[in-house]
Design a protein around this ligand. Structure first.
Ligand code: ADP
Length: 643
């Protein structure tokens, strides 16, 4: 996101440097890039080891044990089988030491089978539970990280891509890569041991087998890289698919989706997006399969020729029958071992590429932090707020939505922010509460830049009800106590807040009163509240935290003007001695305010009391008289209709 040093851009820079440089420099560049890539690869692998270790060290120990066990056991098995065949042949030819030898070897062989089956089953059980544990650990890490991220991150599509990629892979990718890493070690142990065995017959055989596997390895790596970049590029499509399917089942939208008949359109969009995504994926898979098929024919032919060579030696008596089984088995094991080695290293490589998403997400920096080493603690009680030449544009956009705004609010003032939709009222509140930092200018709280305060303490000063306030599928008391979670659920305070906001009336009528679960997402006896009831609950929430500065950002938009006025009056009288800010485009609420700020296209165009601004006959006057006229007309129309 903000970290512009993406691999791609640094590659481009290196490439352009090389163009100007001579050949040796080009070589050095390639080597240093390769070393950097290798370093990056091991760093990512180390990151995965750390993730698994953080989850449960036992998982790591089990993996190490399994890798040694799986590496050594096939060699033991091959030796037992060869000795068994040789003992049988010696028996047939009369050169053996008796049947006891065969029995001993058979007991060993079955002992091996029983042991490896048991270990395999135990390993499967450990794997299943470990997957869940590691995935849960990573998801918890992601949620905890998301908690610290800036609000500005949530405005950027790239953020959602990173989040989606990190989340998507968390389930299986890390443990998969690590399991592959360990299985790679066991494969190496097997391959090396079998190479030593087969060298007795031919030094060339293992070299040929390994050499013909190299192109297949290259194909594997190239396509794993292509896969990873395909997945990253198509994160947008996958998120779109999630979004379309979520829209259809979204509780808040289901009404509109039904009435407007949007479901078919969304399903169609979902299918189209999938087809686009799938076409790209299919192309990649087909290309890779084509390469592998061709290469596997070549390697089978080479294998067959080496088998012929060993068969010939056995046929003419240079090798025993048991040796034939040992050597051909070794050859098979080397070629499958090499294939496994290639595919597991490719899987590790791919896993490491995906882990990069998680690492990138976890590295995301938070900018909403104190600007000084020792942040100040805001005092409680009265506060002064001052905006000094504040301008702001949203991250990733060019347009200033707040332009050079300056004003001052004194303790106990009641301020009303007015302006048309899109004037910048909510943005101003987001700046004041430090959800975003201004692009230019400063905001002072009690004479000090708000960036110098401890962020959590600063947030605790505000009791705020946003336009789109939260509706939580929790109990009623929890919904209220969320306004001041630091003190927990204090029954008496919950009730007082509900009484102040006017919510206590309907709460007491609910089947379980304050303990009633809300929404029917999880509980059969969950209660659905009306818009107005949710609103009162959110107002109660803002009172619960004993905040010093109360902010009401048009949460009453759904109410009629009379009801809105009642909420404002109540809010105003209850927050008499506190600094209070109302945001409204209904101006009736502004008449009693000690200060009215009129915003237009991000600029503060007027400031004063109702009387002052009416006398001025400017923007406020025009807005107010237009609205008053409309209400009077509506009122008259209603009265006529009523008559
Ligand atoms: P108001 O509250 O006065 O209706 P807002 O403060 O919500 O206005 O919006 C002011 C302007 O900022 C609008 O043009 C809006 O489109 C833009 N805006 C609001 N939120 C964002 C955002 N997260 N990213 C980019 N632009 C935004």
């Amino acid at each position: 996101m903000r970290d512009g040093t993406e691999n791609g851009s640094s590659d481009v820079k290196t490439a352009s440097k090389n163009k100007r440089g001579d050949l040796p420099e080009k070589g050095t560049g390639a080597i240093s890039r390769a070393l950097k890539a290798l370093g990056g690869f091991f760093y990512r692998l180390f990151y995965v080891v750390l993730l698994v270790w953080e989850t449960k060290p036992l998982i790591l120990f089990a993996m190490v044990f399994m890798s040694v066990f799986n590496g050594v056991m096939p060699i033991l098995s091959a030796f037992i089988s060869a000795s068994l065949i040789n003992a049988l042949v010696e028996g047939i030819t009369g050169a053996g030491d008796g049947f006891g030898n065969v029995i001993g070897l058979l007991v060993l062989q079955f002992g091996y089978i029983i042991l490896s089956n048991m270990v395999k089953k135990i390993n499967q059980a450990i794997n299943r539970t470990s997957n869940e544990l590691v995935a849960n650990h990573i998801k918890t890490k992601i949620i905890k990280k998301a908690k610290t991220l800036d609000l500005r991150d949530f405005d950027l599509p790239d953020f959602y891509s990173k989040l989606e990629n990190a989340n998507k892979e968390a389930g299986y990718r890390p443990l998969n890569s690590l399991a592959s890493t360990f299985s790679m070690f066991s494969t190496i142990i097997s391959i090396v041991s079998f190479i030593v065995i087969i060298s007795a017959v031919s030094v060339w055989a293992p070299i040929i087998i390994i050499a013909i596997s190299l192109p297949s390895a290259a194909v594997n790596f190239i396509y794993k890289k292509k896969d990873a970049s395909f997945m990253r590029k198509n994160s947008k499509q996958r998120r779109q698919m999630d979004y379309y399917s979520q829209l259809i089942v979204n509780k808040d939208l289901v009404k509109e989706v039904r009435i407007y008949g949007l479901a078919d359109l969304l399903i169609d969009k979902f299918s189209r997006t999938f087809r686009k995504y799938y076409t790209g994926l299919k192309k990649l898979v087909l290309q890779e399969t084509f390469w592998h098929l061709g290469l596997s024919v070549i390697s089978s032919v080479a294998n067959c020729l080496i088998f012929l060579y060993i068969a010939q030696k056995t046929y003419y008596g240079e090798l025993q029958l048991g040796d034939y089984s040992l050597y051909t088995g070794a050859l098979n094991s080397i070629s499958t071992g090499v294939a496994t080695f290639i595919s597991t290293t490719a899987t590790i490589y791919e896993g490491a590429l995906f882990i990069e998403n998680l690492i990138a997400f976890m590295k995301e920096e938070t900018t909403i932090v104190p600007s000084v080493d020792e942040p100040a603690q805001p005092s409680s009680g009265d506060h002064t707020i001052e905006f000094v030449n504040v301008s702001f544009r949203y991250p990733g956009t060019e347009r200033f939505v707040i332009k050079n705004v300056s004003f001052k609010l004194s303790p106990g003032e009641t301020c009303v922010l007015v302006g048309l939709n899109g004037a910048g009222k909510t943005t101003l509140i987001k700046l004041l509460t430090r959800l975003y930092d201004p692009t230019e200018g400063v905001i002072l709280l009690d004479g000090r830049d708000i960036r110098e305060y401890d962020v959590a303490r600063l947030y605790s000063l505000f009791g705020i009800i946003f336009q789109d306030f939260g509706k939580y599928a929790f109990r009623v008391d929890e919904n209220i106590a969320f306004g001041g979670i630091s003190k927990g659920i204090v029954d008496a305070d919950v009730r007082t807040s509900a009484e102040k906001s006017g919510a206590s009336g309907f709460i007491e009528d609910l089947p379980k009163g304050y303990e009633t679960p809300l929404m029917r997402l999880f509980e059969d006896d969950g209660i659905e509240l009306s818009g107005g009831q949710w609103q009162k609950l959110s107002i109660a929430r803002s009172f619960y935290g004993d905040a010093d500065i109360l902010i009401l950002d048009e949460p009453t938009a759904a109410l009629d003007p009379m009801a809105e006025q009642a909420v404002f009056d109540k809010f105003d009288s209850l927050s008499r001695d506190k600094l209070t800010i109302f945001v409204s485009h209904r101006l009736s609420s502004a008449t009693s305010a000690s200060k009215i700020l009129v915003l237009e296209s991000g600029m503060l165009v007027e400031e004063g009391t109702h009387t002052e601004l009416m006398d001025k006959k400017g923007k406020y006057y025009t807005l107010f008289t237009t609205q008053a006229k409309r209400y009077m007309e509506n009122g008259a129309a209603k009265e006529t209709a009523g008559a």
